[in-house]
Design a protein around this ligand. Structure first.
Ligand SMILES: [Zn+2]
Ligand SMILES: [Zn+2]
Length: 341
């Protein structure tokens, strides 16, 4: 089968190549991929800014149908539409595994960079990481379950947003636009910030329910946030751009004893006005991926239509056009690009 593979360490080294069709081992299932989203992480892997174990098939955001069950798998049936958590390998015994924070397991390897992922016809995953897609949810929309679980983890599990809180979402890529929607579902009021290049995404942020938007190339986001909150600063800021300038704005836009949640990945060491954390007693918390608990909530939000996945899907391309998809994602010409094998 054709697969988009990171073939060797270093920048570049990603190509569409023929690989053997995988077979599910004991406790595993094989899923026929319906759609797989290109993520900023895939671009980081392409540029060697995120660790991977080549040769490895990329792709960790996907939906599909169960195709084949490995020995000993019970309770799942071929043909069932499913999504899957990314933690393919983990110890199952450490404090992180036992508390559902499976991505924090020291032995964790995820699909799409640690083990073979979903930019292919088939992907093999452990049966206990598979989740049925709720009835009525389109498989293309379900391909956004993973990034939505990331947003649920950041907003509902790490930020402690309370109804009526003012929220800055800095960065309006797919994760920012999902964080925005989950923050609204939690009862927050949202100011979304993006760059001049984000024009279309900022418009979408507004349509999805942001009360205010700010183009940081035309207007100072800190002044905008202070104005919007009558001088107080926002209760919670989500850094979703993975950019030093965005982090700096979050550090200064958040109110005293407010919360800053780091969602974006910088991919390198950066400088920022860290003194703000002490001087204004800011709670800073990082989030990485999702937990076991993020997924039922993410799937419920999709099923209830409280998160609009369709609005984020800008391009659907065949797997063979992966290069175009990667280019559009890297150039921020798209919002979410789905590849279909
Ligand atoms: Zn992702
Ligand atoms: Zn573990």
């Amino acid at each position: 089968m054709k697969a988009v593979v990171k073939t060797a360490p270093g920048a570049g080294h990603v190509e569409l190549r023929d690989v053997p069709e995988p077979m599910p081992g004991p406790g595993q299932v094989r899923i026929a991929v319906a759609a797989a989203g290109i993520c900023g992480t895939d671009i980081h892997i392409l540029r060697d800014e995120f660790p991977s174990r080549p040769p490895v098939t990329l792709g960790h955001e996907f939906s599909g149908r169960i195709d084949r069950l490995g020995p000993g798998v019970a309770g799942l049936a071929a043909g069932t539409p499913v999504v899957a958590l990314t933690a393919a390998v983990r110890c199952g015994r450490c404090r992180y595994c036992l508390t559902g924070n499976v991505l924090m397991c020291e032995q964790r390897l995820s699909i799409g960079h640690g083990v073979d992922g979903a930019f292919a016809r088939y992907v093999v995953v452990p049966a206990d990481m598979v989740r049925p897609v709720p009835q009525g949810v389109d498989l293309r929309h379900a391909a956004l379950a993973e990034p939505l679980a990331v947003a649920v983890h950041a907003v509902a599990e790490r930020s402690r947003i309370a109804a009526g809180d003012t929220v800055l979402v800095s960065g309006v890529g797919p994760i920012g636009l999902l964080v925005l929607q989950v923050a609204l579902a939690q009862g927050g009021r949202v100011l979304a910030a993006g760059t001049a290049r984000d024009g279309r995404r900022l418009d979408l942020a507004r349509r999805l329910g942001a009360e205010a938007i700010v183009n940081v190339d035309a207007e100072d986001p800190v002044s905008a946030a202070r104005e919007w909150t009558a001088g107080a600063g926002v209760d919670v800021a989500f850094e979703c751009a993975g950019a030093p300038r965005s982090l700096d704005a979050c550090l200064r836009a958040v109110r005293r004893i407010g919360t800053l949640v780091q969602v974006g990945l910088m991919g390198r060491r950066i400088e920022c006005d860290y003194e703000q954390v002490a001087m204004r007693e800011i709670f800073v918390t990082g989030t990485y991926g999702s937990s076991l608990m993020s997924w039922p909530r993410a799937l419920a939000l999709l099923a209830q239509g409280r998160v609009q996945a369709a609005a984020l899907i800008s391009d659907v391309l065949p797997l063979t056009a992966w290069e175009e998809g990667f280019r559009k994602t890297a150039a921020q010409e798209s919002i979410k690009v789905l590849l279909e094998p």
